[in-house]
Design a protein around this ligand. Structure first.
Ligand SMILES: Nc1nc2c(ncn2[C@@H]2O[C@H](COP(=O)(O)OP(=O)(O)O)[C@@H](O)[C@H]2O)c(=O)[nH]1
Ligand SMILES: [Mg+2]
Length: 195
């Protein structure tokens, strides 16, 4: 059995957890097998459906994901993809220790994965702000399979956000977990990168 690991990273609240669940469901998983690891390095296994997973893993609250959540997906009889949802990274020093550990865990996973999905939020990018951390993550494209995603493309000002995101990363895939836009393109790109 081959397991390919795909890490989702980006700034807090950019939509990593939502995208992880939407992609997992699109890949045909209804019963999620999840391995969670918190900042104390304790691992737990759980099984849940999409709705329960959304309640548990997605929030409008900043810094909601603390640690690493791995979703194991059957792609074929001999291949699994492990979608790794992370705390992500931020431009500022995180306010508490478990978040800082969560970010260190994110960096560790970035070094040992088969592909990186970098999630950039079109809402956050509407005002033309510059974020050093996204610039740093964009630099990874030369080293490893790297896919940039422009998230929340359903929002009213998404076009402005997308233009600004294109100044940071090349050819981001516009995605929405609400309308489902771009998820098929993301799967296509993953299949190409993980060949
Ligand atoms: N409009 C819209 N909101 C989204 C989308 N994806 C995520 N969100 C919202 O953005 C917030 C943060 O999402 P989450 O996945 O928890 O972000 P994370 O911190 O990067 O894991 C939540 O309120 C989500 O409902 C999307 O495609 N469109
Ligand atoms: Mg999250």
């Amino acid at each position: 059995m081959v397991i390919k690991s795909i890490i989702l990273t980006g700034q807090t609240n950019s939509g990593k957890s939502s995208l992880t669940l939407t992609l997992a469901r699109f890949l045909g998983t209804n019963k999620f097998q999840v391995e969670t690891q918190t900042s104390d390095k304790k691992k737990k296994h759980l099984k849940c459906n999409f709705t329960t997973a959304q309640q548990r893993f997605v929030s409008s609250q900043q810094y909601f994901t603390r640690g690493i959540n791995c979703f194991l997906i059957d792609i074929s009889k001999s291949l699994k993809w492990k979608l790794i949802d992370t705390t992500g990274l931020s431009n500022v020093i995180a306010p508490c220790e478990d978040l800082r550990i969560g970010m260190a865990m994110t960096i560790e996973k970035l070094q040992n994965c088969d592909c990186i999905i970098h999630v950039l939020d079109t809402v956050q990018y509407t005002d033309g702000s510059y974020y050093e951390i996204d610039d740093a993550l964009a630099g990874l494209h030369t080293k490893i399979s790297y896919i940039p995603v422009a998230s929340k493309i359903d929002n009213v000002k998404a076009n402005i956000g997308l233009i600004n995101i294109k100044k940071v990363v090349e050819e981001p895939i516009p995605c929405s977990t609400i309308t489902g836009e771009g998820i098929v393109n993301l799967r296509q790109e993953l299949l190409k990168k993980l060949k």
